[in-house]
Ligand binder design. Structure first.
Ligand code: VGL
Ligand code: ZN
Length: 335
């Protein structure tokens, strides 16, 4: 057993090609020498690969992973750290989280994020910015600029912050109203001055269309337009997306959901997030866990990035991706 563990550790560094790795790996665990891994042999490999202090490799995970894979594929993770909307307006400006229902202090994320930037060898770092024109649909100050639907319960003259209204469009658009925030090229939309800017970082703006809001750093709220984010992640061959920032229940949450939808193994760094509303934060958290994300403390991140800790839910996501890729090839959708 100890030997097997050592084998799997050295093998991660030793091989350039996945095929070469697979041949060696299967050879090592293939006890009955039939050229493939049966459930028992594969389970032994999984036990050695998915070592974690916080997660147990239960029969549920073993079975799911085994059923999804028809040969052993092990990917070397590539990490991206996505720092969502750590901008002046959300920290000390017009939409300061301190003034929101949860009364949380967004400034507290900054030392946590800076420490991660200093200590964790992420392969890629991305800063996102909420980036709105003056006439943006989400600003409560602009609610009279567009007609509301007849059925809309809130009348324009009574509308206040956090109300959800329905604009006539077209297209009909449901919108939560926020104070004017993150207007392009203003102090409020700048990243907080205490936030460290990593070398070679990438920047993604979102929310610049007047008629649609964009909580996620991948898509606008109607999924009609996309930012550059997924292209950037694909170009760097990212597998693992670590998400943090503000607001937990709005832009951080939506970004994490869309990260999962794209098939990225998704890790939310909880003590590096602050949100608007306590109940919404709890709901976001539960939905993310149900969808296959993991939620960790910043102190756990380094071990995951370096591969010392390999949480089983991330292994399941990898297996799902491999199975999906194979299915697409088999169906002739991807060559
Ligand atoms: C955000 C509300 C409106 C956020 C942006 O960054 O979480 N929230 N616009
Ligand atoms: Zn916004």
């Amino acid at each position: 057993m100890a030997n097997d563990k050592k084998f799997i550790e050295t093998v991660f560094e030793k091989f350039e090609s996945l095929d070469e790795f697979n041949r060696e790996c299967i050879g090592h665990y293939d006890a009955d020498r039939d050229g493939k891994l049966n459930f028992k042999e594969c389970s032994k490999l999984m036990e050695d690969v998915f070592q974690s202090k916080t997660y147990t490799l239960t029969p549920y995970y073993m079975e799911q992973i085994f059923n999804l894979l028809d040969e052993d594929k092990t990917m070397k993770p590539v990490s991206a750290f996505i720092i969502v909307d750590v901008q002046n307006d959300f920290i000390t400006g017009s939409m300061s989280l301190l003034k929101c229902p949860a009364g949380q202090d967004g400034e507290e994320v900054i030392p946590v994020i800076n420490n991660l930037l200093d200590t964790v060898p992420f392969d890629l770092i991305v800063y996102t910015k909420d980036w709105h024109p003056e006439d943006h649909i989400s600003f409560v100050e602009n609610v009279t600029q567009r007609p509301l639907t007849r059925n809309c319960k809130v009348k324009a003259e009574d509308a206040k912050v956090y109300d959800v209204v329905e604009f006539d469009g077209p297209p009909r658009t449901e919108q939560k109203l926020w104070p004017k925030h993150c207007v392009t090229n203003t102090w409020g939309s700048e990243l907080h001055p205490d936030l460290k800017i990593a070398k070679n970082a990438q920047f993604v703006n979102k929310g610049h269309h007047s008629e649609v809001d964009s909580y996620s750093a991948f898509w606008d709220n109607n999924k009609l337009s996309q930012t550059e984010l997924v292209k950037i992640l694909a170009k760097h061959k990212v597998t693992d997306v670590f998400v943090c920032g503000v607001a937990y229940d709005i832009c951080v949450g939506y970004t994490a959901f869309h990260s999962l939808e794209h098939g990225f193994r998704t890790i939310l760094v909880e003590d590096a997030c602050r949100g608007v509303d306590v109940k919404a934060i709890e709901e976001t958290k539960q939905k993310l866990l149900d969808s296959g994300a993991i939620i960790v403390k910043s102190s756990q991140v380094n071990a995951i990035v370096t591969g010392e800790d390999r949480p089983t839910p991330l292994g399941l996501q990898t297996a799902k991706n491999v199975a999906l890729a194979r299915e697409l090839v088999n169906r002739g959708i991807v060559k």
